[in-house]
Design a protein around this ligand. Structure first.
Ligand code: DGY
Length: 320
């Protein structure tokens, strides 16, 4: 029997490629570079299944070529890169990769939080210059993390995983979310309106999906609610923060710092952010562990196998 045609827009980790080989006919050898418009058009025109990434914009034009396509397996939990209503209208199933990247993303959120509070990157840079004069009592004083208030905006899977990790630091957690979430035994998670979370938290971490409603959710007014000693962390999607407003708040020191893994116009990062010392900047590493990226690929392949076999996809997304 002829193998189904699969188009993957990027090179994936080797164990995922190994799992693909023999089962599908790959339309083209994947590379680490973004696909050209022509490659994307051809992929969507000829394949029965596509694995694409969060940087591929799958809009109505791309989808208009998809005559044989049954499934787009997005290699990410967020799927704001895909025009879901158009895909649905064309009868194409869209899936994502939830759960498997929850821990990796929550861990990275904590890496940013701790790096910011304890000035880890600044300290590392100083030592490497060879100009560190030795210990003094007033050197590079950071902020305590333990017992401070952690504010979480968006208490879905990743928000809750970040909150769970706060127990070890004995931090009270307040959160804004669509639904109440029960706290695990021995800790208290309190649901509050967004403005109150911003006013009261020492660390604010964002975990809402990017939609039209959450674009620039954190704008000038919301930033002004935060304490001058508070830190903002974003491992979600850049456009949830008005980046220009964030630069102004950081420059004016109306907040203490920001830890960012994502940006409004990736891979472009505001010049204002790059020149500030009270900011830690990462290159969208949320799910970037080998184990996680392999699991993400295998989930894409599971969804594809099921859909091409005529059964319902376990990770179908339906809401924008
Ligand atoms: C996602 O899955 O949405 C992450 O941003 C990928 O790193």
């Amino acid at each position: 029997m002829e193998r189904p045609t699969l188009y993957i827009t990027r090179l994936l980790p080797q164990p995922v490629l190994d799992a693909i080989s023999g089962q599908y006919r790959l339309l083209a050898e994947p590379t680490d570079l973004p696909p050209t418009e022509e490659a994307l058009r051809r992929g969507f025109a000829e394949a029965q299944a596509v694995i694409c990434t969060l940087t591929d914009r799958i809009d109505a034009t791309v989808l208009s070529h998809a005559t044989k396509l049954k499934i787009i397996a997005n290699y990410a939990v967020g799927y704001n890169n895909i025009d879901l209503p158009t895909a649905t209208q064309r009868g194409i199933i869209v899936t994502n990769t939830p759960d498997v990247l929850t821990d990796a993303t929550a861990d990275l959120t904590w890496a940013l939080l701790l790096a910011l509070a304890r000035r880890v990157v600044e300290g590392d840079t100083w030592v490497r210059t060879g100009r560190w004069p030795g210990w003094t009592p007033t050197q590079m004083l950071g902020a305590d993390v333990s017992r401070k208030t952690l504010g979480i905006i968006g208490m879905g899977r990743i928000g809750q995983a970040v909150a769970q990790r706060a127990a070890g630091f004995r931090m009270p957690v307040i959160y804004e979310g669509r639904h109440s979430v029960s706290s695990p035994p021995g800790v208290s998670w309190t649901r509050r309106p967004l403005d109150e979370v911003l006013v009261e938290s020492d660390f604010v971490s964002l975990h809402v999906p990017l939609t039209e409603a959450t674009r620039h959710l954190i704008d000038r007014r919301k930033l002004a609610l935060m304490k001058p000693t508070a830190f903002l962390i974003n491992t979600l999607r850049g456009p949830v923060i008005d980046e220009a407003a964030l630069v102004s708040a950081l420059e004016a020191k109306t907040i203490a710092g920001a830890g960012l893994d994502v940006y409004e116009q990736e891979p472009v990062v505001s010049v204002g952010l790059i020149s500030l010392p009270n900011v830690v900047l990462l290159p969208h590493l949320g799910s970037a562990t080998l184990e996680t990226r392999v699991r993400m690929g295998l989930i894409c392949l599971d969804n594809i196998a099921v859909v091409l076999g005529g059964r319902p996809a376990p990770n179908r997304v339906t809401k924008t």
